[in-house]
Ligand binder design. Structure first.
Ligand SMILES: Nc1ncnc2c1ncn2[C@@H]1O[C@H](COP(=O)(O)OP(=O)(O)OP(=O)(O)O)[C@@H](O)[C@H]1O
Ligand SMILES: [Mg+2]
Length: 688
């Protein structure tokens, strides 16, 4: 007798469930997606015990008749696909016909559904994949699916479930994602004891962000929108015998991008606050993550990540969604094009907006402490082995279960900036102005009062909680936030009036918007950095001959690294020759770089380049090396802190800074100019 046997449907479904359903949030994902595909306008999700005991999702979509309801739990039963060709242009979220049978094989499921057209609706009970009852029932149009006792018959799976609060956080993240992408719908998420998300329909995504995360988060995000007509379709042209000569040539369509991106001052420690939706499907994608990090290169530190909500729309033929059982990954048919479109659209938006960093936000802007758009523990996509998009798919499940080092306690209401302990050293004697300050003492005290945390408005004023949100008027509030955002940009830098320096390190300046504090070192660094890159492109970097060649000792491995970057250094104004086996002789260097700073710069670049791959493989690596060298030269030649500057120099620096494309942050990502806005000043003095 042969050894091979065909598996029973029940076992096959449980195997499929292993891929598709790994925790309550993945059940919620599948059921929510079904509701969206059914054209629902309102979805209500209820969970008990983090979804382990019960998940119930009700929608007002088109529902199913009795025959369809019975079929829905069969394997490979779907209303969304007919032929293999349909796979090339999927416009629904589901298409595999696997979710319901998989879920029903590992839980006790009750389905209630009605089309609103048939005389009666259908009520069905299924446990462990077996249909227990099917009855007629009087029901309103729509579908309710209750999933109880998840994994009751697969104890091994149950063991991998995490604490209730963690599972609930994953479910919350998921509902939140879908609420963001469908502002026109009504979403509710309820636990046994309270309402977690309540989001009635709104007109725009900005209002939805406000509804869910509050005003503070919205204020730190900027909108982006771009469109690119496609020159050709991503699918290969059909063979000549399949082409109908009478059919007009099809328009290849366009790529459309909308969304929100964070100001450089808002930085995160990981990629968990980057949300990418392709044709309204939430996905994880390395290519687009890379494009986003590229857009922020030299604007935020390389170890930080922005907050980005990206909604990409493209013809369904442009994207293959059939690459992952949980449908969380996709493959683009014109990868390079999409990558560059996202990178360039974001970068252009950043350059154009030139957002000014608020003083208070910047105080709180260390990556770890920035307000959480999403609780980190909730961010992994269900179905993906880890939140880390670059994690190996076969990563150790034990590791998966281990708490993340950066996991913060779950919270949905936006966090307030944490109070700043102590006083800032902002007193009269710290001011230094060549022309004199008038009444220095009074000025100093007023400034000191401004920066006292106790003068901040009471918490309730700036952090609406979710209950209040239901009554608030989001449109009016978002309009106000947007107006404040529009006002606070760096376009006015060039017209600021410098007042003097603070500790010979920071320039204080006034303008229409309020009081500005500019870090003179990083401001100059940004100016030089962009100049070096510009000059480097036309090979016009100014170099100066050193009176005496400077000798730099290197270790043997550093000599190897040097050989690799020598050409790029030369293009940046260096003239360096080996002088003995372990010594370099620097004969010329870019203008402004000399002495100890020159030596430090060279060793720094060699140090950083040593982690690069042997041969710069792609343009990517070359570009990274180029900007790193430019950043290093800029940093070491820029005006230092503790350097007195006269008013003419201060004005010059502000003017030059205004001309740069990213006056927001230095090439290493530190903020350059902070604005204490007129509004904040008035608020702090209780004038508004
Ligand atoms: N909430 C719902 N409202 C109306 N019809 C539904 C609903 N949920 C499921 N269905 C029907 O049941 C079918 C099976 O659902 P199921 O989720 O198993 O597969 P699918 O959505 O087609 O594909 P996938 O496995 O990729 O999710 C769907 O094709 C749809 O016709
Ligand atoms: Mg489905």
């Amino acid at each position: 007798m042969g050894r091979i046997r065909i598996l029973s449907d029940q076992v096959a479904n449980q195997i499929a469930a292993g891929e598709v359903v790994d925790r309550p949030a993945s059940v919620v994902k599948e059921l929510l997606e079904n509701s969206l595909d059914a054209g629902a306008q309102r979805v209500r999700v209820e969970v008990e015990a983090g979804g382990r005991r019960l998940i119930r999702i009700s929608d007002d979509g088109h529902g199913m008749n009795r025959d369809d309801a019975l079929l829905a739990f069969e394997r490979h039963a779907t209303s969304k696909l007919r032929t293999a060709d349909d796979l090339l242009s999927i416009s629904t979220l589901g298409f595999r016909g696997e979710a319901l049978p998989s879920i029903a094989s590992v839980a006790r499921v009750t389905l209630e559904t009605a089309t609103g057209e048939d005389p009666a609706g259908t009520r069905m009970e299924i446990a462990g994949g077996k249909i227990l009852h099917v009855d007629d029932a009087a029901l309103p149009r729509g579908t309710t699916i209750a999933v109880a006792d998840l994994f009751f018959n697969t104890p091994a799976r149950r063991k991998f479930l995490r604490a209730e609060s963690t599972e609930l956080a994953h479910v919350t993240a998921l509902v939140t994602h879908y609420a963001l992408v469908h502002p026109e719908m009504h979403f509710e998420l309820l636990s046994a004891t309270h309402t977690i998300v309540s989001a009635p329909p709104v007109a725009r995504t900005a209002e939805r962000i406000y509804q869910i995360f509050g005003k503070d988060t919205l204020a730190q995000l900027l909108p982006v929108a771009a469109e690119l007509p496609l020159a050709r379709a991503g699918l290969p042209a059909p063979p000549p015998w399949k082409v109908d000569p009478d059919e007009p040539l099809r328009d290849p369509g366009a790529l459309r991008l909308t969304g929100f991106y964070s100001k450089p001052e808002l930085q995160k420690l990981n990629r968990n606050s980057i949300y990418i939706f392709v044709n309204k499907r939430l996905i994880r994608d390395r290519l687009l993550l890379h494009a986003i990090t590229e857009a922020y290169r030299n604007v935020i530190p390389p170890t930080s990540f922005p907050v980005v909500l990206l909604f990409l729309e493209m013809p369904p033929e442009e994207v293959d969604v059939n690459v992952h059982p949980a449908k969380t990954e996709v493959r683009f048919r014109q990868q390079g094009l999409i990558h560059d479109f996202v990178r360039d659209s974001l970068r252009t938006a950043l350059v154009k907006a030139r957002p000014a960093a608020g003083f208070l936000a910047a105080l709180d802007a260390s990556p770890a402490a920035s307000p959480s758009l999403m609780p980190p523990a909730t961010s992994p996509l269900p179905g993906s082995p880890d939140s880390e998009p670059f994690a190996q798919p076969d990563s150790d499940p034990a590791e998966f279960a281990a708490p993340r080092a950066d996991a913060a306690p779950f919270q949905l209401t936006p966090r307030l900036p944490s109070p700043v302990p102590g006083k800032l050293p902002f007193t009269a004697q710290n001011f230094n102005h060549p022309g004199g300050w008038g009444d220095q003492k009074a000025w100093g005290e007023a400034a000191a009062a401004l920066f006292q945390p106790s003068t901040l408005p009471p918490a309730g004023d700036c952090s609406p909680n979710l209950a209040d949100l239901a009554n608030a008027n989001p449109a009016a509030e978002t309009a106000q936030v947007e107006a404040e955002q529009a006002a606070a940009n760096l376009n006015h830098l060039g017209s600021l009036r410098p007042l003097g320096q603070l500790r010979e390190s920071f320039i204080l300046a006034t303008g229409e918007d309020g009081l500005w504090i500019i870090d003179q070192h990083v401001a100059h660094e940004r100016v030089l950095f962009e100049k070096i890159l510009r000059d480097r492109q036309v090979e016009k970097v100014q170099r100066q001959r050193l009176l005496m060649p400077m000798l730099v000792e290197l270790k043997p491995w550093q000599m190897i690294v040097f050989a690799r970057i020598a050409e790029e250094l030369e293009l940046n104004g260096f003239e360096v020759e080996p002088f003995g086996p372990q010594t370099l002789a620097v004969k010329a260097a870019p203008v402004g770089l000399e002495g100890a700073a020159l030596e430090r710069m060279l060793t720094e670049v060699i140090e950083q380049s040593s982690s690069d791959s042997e041969e710069p493989k792609q343009n990517e690596d070359l570009a990274a090396m180029r900007t790193r060298i430019a950043a290093s030269i800029a940093c070491h030649s820029a005006i230092k802190i503790n350097t007195p500057l006269d008013p003419v120099r201060m004005e010059w620096l502000l003017l030059e800074l205004a001309k740069t494309s990213h006056p927001t942050s230095c090439p290493h990502g530190r903020p350059i100019a902070l604005l204490y806005s007129w509004k904040e000043i008035q608020r702090a003095f209780h004038r508004i």
